[in-house]
Design a binder for this molecule. Structure first.
Ligand code: PNW
Length: 477
């Protein structure tokens, strides 16, 4: 262990939230219990060729049945916050009509268990698992889906608003729209550039209507926010053409959500760049007002920066943007942008490790959303973790990753940013979407045969950080 000197000790405020995050489809399993119907991820994962190894979330890590054990583990690890998502088709199976009580009861029991252990819950309403029936009716490209989401938000808010005080409408709407309807590497697997932009707008609308629906049924003390995978986009050079490429991707990754959510309008440059794909006529009067509701919190999910240049020739086929292998670009109207692999060390996802991106992102949103408390609602790394013969799981690379990124958060605090908490992605190994179980993001190892949970050395390291509010030293790798 490297000794820690006072100059290098990284200390956090006493009220800082030390959390971990998960999502319903990635951990729950029990996909046919209690009246739950298929979501688009059930359909997608059961379609041959869509996920690595044909993996599905049918069992996942069986959290639905093991939530007590999992909460006990969180408590042992000293976490004081936990971010999870609600499965829409578990509480409102067809995406319409009244809530199913057994579905809501599961989340009530989970929340009560968390509160009994002194762990503060943060609920994400939508982490990508749209009820299949709503996709059959057109999915996110249809306006109706936003109205259905607002109704669902109200049902969950009514049921849990008395005991959950932190609410997140959507997780990473960029992924829902651009990977679900653009490149098709995520459910529902459609590859329609025009539908991608329609989906983005209706996700924005869903968010705004969801904020209002939640506030109408919940105590005023509760906070409502959104979690965005805001990109940190960097140019390969200062050439004006490369800077224009940055602008293009920044609009499609960030401006398309932050514009209407934080500034009351879509960027004009976004309309101009996508004019050949979409006329944006589905943006109706009043939509921008509905989307731009005041936020009580903004969640930032960060993994790696994005490096771009102008493409000298139009780009097609797989790109080095880390967004999965598809012949279809997720980026409508950006065929003249090339993506590059960042130099430097990478995680098992091939994502370059760069904590300066997290600092940059936090500082940007402190400026763009002044007065809005920020949370890092996801950050973490996949490694190929295997138990040693003694059963322990050593993951020093993950410790180094966490140390680097938490230090970046600390620097942002010093620079005046109002960051209130950090949620490690993820509490435990789980279903990593199109990558199936092959990529392990957990601080806790899961044996997929026995479903046994074993805290990795990073979990023990993080537990110490959470208990003391100071980052422990990083072991030598
Ligand atoms: C996020 N991309 O996913 C999600 O919120 C989690 O559910 C997921 O497990 C985690 O990050 C790790 O992947 C992303 O291609 C998936 O840019 C893909 C991208 C970004 C985030």
């Amino acid at each position: 262990m490297t000794p820690v000197t006072p100059e290098t000790s990284v200390t956090f405020p006493p009220a800082f939230l030390w959390g971990a995050a998960t999502s319903a489809y990635q951990i729950e399993g029990a996909v046919r219990e209690g009246g739950r119907t298929p979501s688009i991820w059930d359909t997608f994962s059961h379609t041959p060729g869509r996920t690595a190894g044909g993996d599905t979330g049918d069992i996942a890590v069986d959290h639905f049945h093991r939530y007590r054990e999992d909460v006990a583990l969180m408590a042992e690890l000293g976490l004081n916050a936990y971010r999870f998502s609600v499965s829409w088709s578990r509480v409102q199976p067809t995406g319409r009509g009244p809530a199913v009580q057994v579905g809501l009861d599961f989340y009530r029991r989970l929340v009560d268990e968390l509160l009994a252990h002194g762990i503060r819950p943060a609920v994400t309403l939508y982490h990508w698992d749209l009820p299949q029936e709503l996709e059959d009716a057109g999915g996110w490209p249809e306006r109706e889906t936003a109205y259905r989401f607002a109704e669902y938000a109200r049902l969950v808010g009514e049921a849990l608003g008395d005991r959950v005080d932190q609410w997140i409408t959507l997780n990473e709407p960029w992924c829902s729209a651009f990977l679900g309807y653009g490149s098709g590497v995520h459910a529902p697997g459609r590859t329609e550039p025009a539908a991608t932009l329609r989906a983005a707008h209706h996700l924005n609308l869903a968010h705004g209507l969801g904020v209002s629906a939640l506030r109408s049924v919940m105590p005023a003390r509760n906070t409502v926010g959104v979690s965005l995978n805001s990109a940190v986009v960097r140019p390969v050079s200062q050439d004006p053409a490369d800077l224009a490429a940055v602008r293009r991707i920044d609009d499609l990754a960030n401006g398309i959500f932050h514009g209407p959510m934080l500034h009351g309008a879509y960027p004009e440059t976004l309309f101009a760049a996508t004019a050949s794909v979409s006329d944006w006529s589905y943006v109706e009067d009043g939509d921008l007002g509905a989307i731009g509701r005041r936020l009580d919190a903004l969640g930032l999910n960060y993994y790696t920066p994005t490096l771009v240049s102008a493409a000298r020739t139009p780009v097609s086929g797989p790109r080095a943007d880390g967004h999965g292998a598809s012949e279809h670009s997720p980026w409508p109207g950006a065929d003249d942008v090339a993506f590059h692999r960042m130099p430097g060390e990478r995680t098992e996802m091939g994502w370059t490790i760069d904590p300066t991106g997290l600092h940059e992102l936090i500082m940007r949103y402190s400026r763009e959303a002044p007065g809005v408390p920020l949370y890092v609602t996801e950050n973490g790394a996949a490694y190929d973790d295997k138990p040693d013969p003694d059963g322990r799981v050593h993951d020093p690379e993950r410790i180094a990753y966490l140390h680097g990124h938490l230090s970046a958060v600390r620097r942002a605090l010093t620079d005046g940013a109002d960051v209130r908490g950090y949620y490690l992605w993820s509490l435990m190994d789980n279903f990593e979407w199109a990558y199936g179980y092959a990529k392990r993001f957990g601080a806790v190892h899961v044996d997929y045969t026995t479903l046994e949970r074993t805290p990795k050395s990073s979990a023990l390291w993080y537990a110490q950080a959470a208990r003391n509010g100071v980052l422990p030293p990083v072991p030598d790798v």
